[in-house]
Write a protein that binds this ligand. Structure first.
Ligand SMILES: Nc1ncnc2c1ncn2[C@@H]1O[C@H](COP(=O)(O)OP(=O)(O)OP(=O)(O)O)[C@@H](O)[C@H]1O
Ligand SMILES: [Mg+2]
Length: 361
């Protein structure tokens, strides 16, 4: 799976931009503010349909313009060449495959990229949302159904919270939203848990493990940590738990259980005993960052096994944040798939890569 060419029109700071990419390592270099992250963002957009920066599509359109186009020449997982494009307007996005308007599912199935951004370095110690996003990004990358469930769940959660904040709702109305929330939520919990198990197989040789803490917490205990989870049973538990917490929710005015409250702990080996301990509590900054590199490596391998081809690796400014140990782990990973890296200068160890130099206008 590979990006062969990128063409931009009125995207961020670029009026027109065209570049070809090869299958190996490309470094995008240039002074601050020249558009390195914007290029990576455009490539990521082709892979996920969404920016890795906050805000909707209107921020992506060049100042003073009304429409942006991001177009990629892709070799898909079967090696087939396709052209995929996104047309972005202030409040709309359109997907095209080989020049024809297409649906999001078809578009997203063509090209996959794994972003590695500076904020990912805080995955272990930062807020749980970062860790949930790691799981959701991977799952959405292989299953459009998961992405659709997640977006429907978010809608239902918003509606249910709106109802709770009104406080004087009818019981029957809440019964409906409880069922919706539980059914969609159960689908998410079951998939996240399967993914964690899959990741753990890959992480074992790296002396790491992820521990999944689903919400409601009681689920793990009641269903047995080792057993297969069935979405119907999980949904039943969520409904029960929603009934138990109904009064508390009424007081607080929002939903207090469900996958929006899941968490993960990242466990690693810290000493010679071989025991795996919570990296957020015991790990040094360097150990935590190295563990994030290992997580990215597991993410790529897992996606490869699911998609039949390795996704492209897209690194924004991460290199300068890593110590020599983590860099030494990361560099061999680069040559396993197409890798595109942004940096102020070409980093040591990547001197023979293809370089795209950006300059101030
Ligand atoms: N919608 C937009 N229209 C025009 N310019 C924009 C838009 N959005 C962002 N920019 C500009 O794009 C420029 C490049 O941003 P980008 O983040 O890609 O820089 P960079 O090369 O990654 O810099 P750094 O090395 O500091 O990370 C910035 O000057 C920014 O103001
Ligand atoms: Mg940048």
């Amino acid at each position: 799976m590979q990006l062969n060419a990128l063409r931009l029109h009125n995207f961020r700071n670029f009026g027109t931009f065209v570049a070809n990419f090869d299958s190996k390592i490309t470094v995008l270099v240039g002074p601050n503010g020249t558009g390195k992250s914007n290029l990576l963002e455009a490539i990521h957009l082709l892979s996920s349909g969404n920016s890795f920066r906050p805000g909707g599509s209107r921020y992506l359109v060049r100042f003073g313009e009304t429409k942006a186009v991001v177009e990629g020449g892709i070799s898909d997982s079967q090696g087939l060449k396709v052209k995929i494009s996104m047309v972005l307007q202030r409040s709309s996005k359109q997907y095209l495959v080989n020049g024809k308007v297409s649906d999001q599912e078809d578009f997203l199935s063509r090209f996959q990229g794994v972003a590695f951004l500076p904020r990912h370095l805080n995955i272990i110690t930062g807020n749980p949302g970062l860790r949930r996003k790691l799981l959701d990004d991977v799952l959405s990358g292989v299953s459009f159904a998961y992405l659709a469930t997640l977006s429907r769940y978010r809608q239902v959660l918003r509606q249910r919270n709106r109802l709770l904040s009104r406080r004087n709702f009818r019981g029957a109305e809440m019964v409906y939203w409880n069922e919706e929330l539980a059914n969609l939520g159960a689908g998410i919990l079951v998939e996240r848990r399967k993914l964690v198990a899959g990741f753990n197989k890959l992480l074992r040789s790296l002396r790491m493990r992820l521990d999944y803490y689903p919400s409601p917490r009681v689920i793990g205990r009641e269903l047995g940590l080792e057993s297969e989870w069935n979405p119907l049973t999980v949904a039943k538990y969520i409904i029960q738990k929603l009934e138990q917490t109904a009064e508390r929710e009424r007081e607080l005015g929002f939903t207090i259980i469900g996958p929006q409250r899941d968490d993960l702990k990242v466990m690693g080996q810290m000493d010679q005993t071989g025991e795996l301990r919570d990296l957020s509590l015991y790990g040094s900054r360097g150990q935590q960052r190295l563990a994030v590199v290992h997580l990215k490596s597991a993410q790529l391998s897992w996606l490869e096994s699911e998609l039949g081809a390795r996704p492209a690796l897209l690194l924004d400014d991460v290199f300068s944040e890593l110590d020599s140990l983590a860099r030494a782990e990361l560099i061999p990973l680069f040559s396993k798939q197409q890798t595109i890296v942004t940096a102020l200068e070409v980093p040591d160890g990547l001197k023979d890569s293809t370089v795209i130099q950006l300059a101030r206008e």
